[in-house]
Design a protein around this ligand. Structure first.
Ligand code: SF4
Ligand code: SF4
Length: 471
């Protein structure tokens, strides 16, 4: 394995926000400092003013609790793969990242920061440059994995603060180019990868025709807009654009299980970049498209293909963003697979998957969603040599590609440096296959395996179930 010792490099500079102590030293009237600064901000004042106004408007009770509850005990530090791989670099710690918005909140809205800013380290951004540094911190040094959140004794949700700050910057257009591009594509085409209707339908037809070459599957369909089905299947655009095998695997299993299912013609993207960019309006737009497609088709339930943030945004966050009633049940396809196996609707032979396989829990499914046992149950049914990685379940480390980081090329070197902890964890399992139930994690883990030259292949649950099928 490649040398994992972290290099002493930190592309993120400390956010040099002006503090109240400087004004106090000059004997300024602190009550007027903030107003005077706003009046003198030029030419960047417009963005700073908007940022502060948005902060005041969008802050809510749960975020405020996370902003005021931190006691700076440092217990979250060892939770974060960025901090673990950059020992001694305080800017990589969760508490530092959260403090950058905490300082602004205190200066703008909290009484302590208004009266004694130097004491609580309250500060306010003074220029576009400061906002740009803030962008690099919240987009570039956090994968929003929430591992620190679970390990904070005060319940501080650092990842939510990061997402909140991202949302403020997104509103101002101060975002990495990749975030801008993917958000635009999703607004314009209804899916993250700008897949056209022609590509979508053409790929489904291609997969269907390919499967039908097997005489035992000659009647197989990949139905689109079939009403009154047991479920509407929703997918990640990556499945159309880069890996349609997973659609074929699902279609084959559904066919053999005798399932009555359908895909929608629009609203099929269960991923949601609004979750990453912090843009609740984009989140609500994409989620609503999907929910309305299920209603139009009178689907009995929504089944979500293997995707971590798609699972989270479709199953619960999207309803809030879209202000939509949760009237159709939804589940991960892994739960659907478990039902088929339990009810013996499909038959498998686990000896077909004999290579040692381990399981990577996706942050949004395990840590944020609480779904940890179903994939293990399924893998133990279809694989003969399953091995846990440690730590696992809600304590697992991020694939390092979460939080939309795969779309932000400028932060890739830091991401791969921070992946050393993940590489060590993978290597210690001795497994040849790393299974995950998330397309995003597939790409993140593939980067880790490649960068650290590990002899492992990344697979998904559908792939292993399909490989074990007996029919
Ligand atoms: S976020 Fe929680 S664990 Fe981290 S320093 Fe603050 S109180 Fe301690
Ligand atoms: S959410 Fe994850 S990546 Fe972000 S600071 Fe916390 S532990 Fe680190």
């Amino acid at each position: 394995m490649k040398n994992m010792s972290p290099r002493k490099r930190n592309p993120v500079e400390c956010l040099p926000l002006a503090t109240g102590s400087q004004e106090k030293a000059r004997g300024d009237d602190l009550a007027s400092v903030y107003d005077r600064r706003l009046k003198t901000y030029d030419p960047a004042g417009d963005n700073v003013r908007k940022f502060l106004d948005l902060l005041a408007v969008r802050i809510n009770r749960s975020l405020a609790v996370s902003l005021v509850a931190c006691v700076h005990c440092g217990m979250c530090v060892d939770s974060c793969h960025y901090a673990l791989t950059h020992p001694g670099d305080s800017t990589m710690t969760p508490v530092y990242k959260a403090d950058q918005i905490r300082r602004i909140f205190k200066r703008r809205l909290d009484w302590t920061g208004r009266i004694v800013p130097w004491w609580v380290h309250a500060a306010t951004p003074a220029s576009d440059e400061d906002l740009n540094r803030l962008k690099n911190i919240v987009f570039g040094t956090c994968s929003a994995c929430r591992r620190c959140t679970l390990n904070c004794p005060m319940g501080v949700d650092t990842a939510s603060l990061v997402r909140f700050t991202r949302g403020l910057l997104t509103e101002l257009g101060i975002v990495p180019e990749g975030v801008f591009n993917v958000s635009r594509d999703e607004w314009e085409t209804g899916n993250q990868m700008a897949v056209t209707p022609l590509d979508y339908l053409g790929t489904l037809q291609w997969m269907r025709d390919d499967l039908r070459t097997d005489p035992k599957l000659s009647g197989l369909e990949i139905p689109v807009v079939r009403p009154d089905c047991d479920f509407m299947y929703t997918i990640n655009p990556r499945e159309i654009k880069f890996d349609p095998r997973s659609i074929a695997q699902a279609a084959k299993i559904f066919h053999l299980a005798g399932e009555r299912w359908t895909l929608p013609s629009a609203g099929w993207d269960q991923t949601n970049f609004g979750m990453y960019s912090g843009d609740d309006r984009l989140g609500g737009y994409i989620a609503r498209n999907l929910y309305e497609a299920a209603v139009r088709l009178r689907a009995g339930r929504i089944v979500i293909s293997e995707c971590g943030h798609g699972f989270r945004s479709t199953r619960w966050e999207g309803y809030t963003w879209a202000e939509y009633d949760q009237n159709i049940p939804s589940e991960s396809v892994v739960r659907t697979l478990k039902r088929y196996l339990k009810e013996q609707r499909i038959r498998v032979d686990k000896s077909k998957n004999a290579l040692p396989v381990t399981f990577h829990d996706s942050c949004n499914i395990a840590r944020s969603g609480g779904m940890t046992e179903e994939p293990r149950w399924v893998l133990n049914e279809v694989c003969s040599n399953f091995q846990e990685m440690h730590p696992n379940r809600t304590e697992n480390y991020c694939c390092t590609g979460g939080g939309g980081l795969l779309s932000m090329a400028e932060y890739r070197p830091l991401r791969l440096e921070s992946a050393a902890v993940k590489a060590r964890q993978l290597e210690a399992t001795g497994a040849k296959l790393v299974c995950t139930m998330c397309h995003n994690c597939v790409d993140g883990l593939n980067d880790v395996v490649k960068h650290y030259k590990l002899d492992m292949k990344i697979v998904q649950v559908l792939e292993l179930v399909e490989n074990a099928l007996v029919y």
